[in-house]
Design a protein. Structure first.
Length: 284
């Protein structure tokens, strides 16, 4: 009697053999050198080991493989994980993904600890309230949006207003003795993400927490500490003006100015959600 994982392995192997496109994961220089894109001995061993086993045994065998074999962008493991995550979301296969991408969950954000997101910026309110935010730098690689070192790729926001204020404050002068210090203040924009597509923003701290559990090193510890401080959520594409509730002045952060174009969205509003899905990129 076959189990459900046999079908998954078969589909993953077909995608691997076809060198199927993985959105947001383009080929790299070493892709064709690193992968044979055919059924190798270790894949055959997995197929035979899983065949006609109970689902619990088959699942354990797959988990062992994922823990002991590389997960490069176009490895068999990557295609296998794609199928497992897509077909069995309730089984949390994402936690086995060394390149996991955890998207910000805006569906329940009104009951979350941080109901809004914030972006510190020097862009003028009349421009932002009419045009929203648009990224000046984009990438075809989803990893670039998840990597805290990829400066200026995407639209960086934070769950903490105080962090956003740091990015809306510039200090000038003071390097030469007796030189006066001057401070330039920008704006702290408040963003309501409810109604935006589910995969439009990456939760950086959640992403790196999962990755650090799979690969413990000082490299990941550095990212985790930085991500905890920033509480960053990086947007792919744009942030529409209708989702910007207003702004605080970085100079007087207790005074809030409303955005007349802000349009509160009821959860799961299909028409508005589809409208912005059509505008978003396909990186996710």
């Amino acid at each position: 009697m076959t189990n459900k994982y046999e079908r998954i392995i078969k589909t993953a192997l077909q995608n691997y053999s076809d060198h199927a496109l993985r959105p947001g994961r383009p080929d790299g220089f070493f892709t064709n050198f690193r992968h044979s894109f055919c059924e190798t001995k270790d894949i055959t061993i997995l197929k035979n080991a899983v065949e006609n086993k109970t689902e619990n045994i088959a699942k354990n065998l797959i988990e062992k493989r994922l823990a002991n074999f590389p997960q490069n962008n176009h490895s068999f493991n990557a295609y296998l994980l794609d199928q497992l995550i897509e077909n069995f979301p309730e089984e949390n296969w994402e936690t086995h993904n060394q390149r996991a991408i955890i998207y910000y969950d805006s569906a329940n954000n009104k009951t979350a600890k941080h109901p809004y997101l914030y972006r510190g910026s020097f862009e003028k309110p009349d421009v932002v309230f009419n045009n929203g935010f648009k990224s000046n730098k984009t990438s075809t690689k989803i990893e670039d949006y998840a990597d805290p070192r990829s400066l200026s790729i995407g639209l960086s926001t934070t769950k903490l207003k105080a962090v956003a204020r740091n990015y809306a404050t510039q200090v000038h002068g003071g390097r030469i003795k007796d030189a006066p210090l001057t401070v330039t203040y920008g704006y702290i924009y408040q963003i309501d993400p409810v109604g935006l597509p589910e995969k439009i923003a990456i939760d950086i701290i959640s992403t790196w927490k999962i990755r650090s559990k799979l690969k413990i090193s000082s490299f990941f510890s550095q990212f985790i500490n930085d991500a905890k401080r920033k509480q960053e959520v990086n947007f792919i594409g744009s942030i529409p003006a209708q989702h910007i509730t207003g702004y605080y002045s970085a100079e007087s952060p207790n005074i809030f100015v409303n955005n007349a174009n802000y349009t509160p969205v009821k959860k799961d509003a299909p028409q508005l959600k589809q409208k912005y899905e059509n505008k978003s990129t396909n990186n996710a």
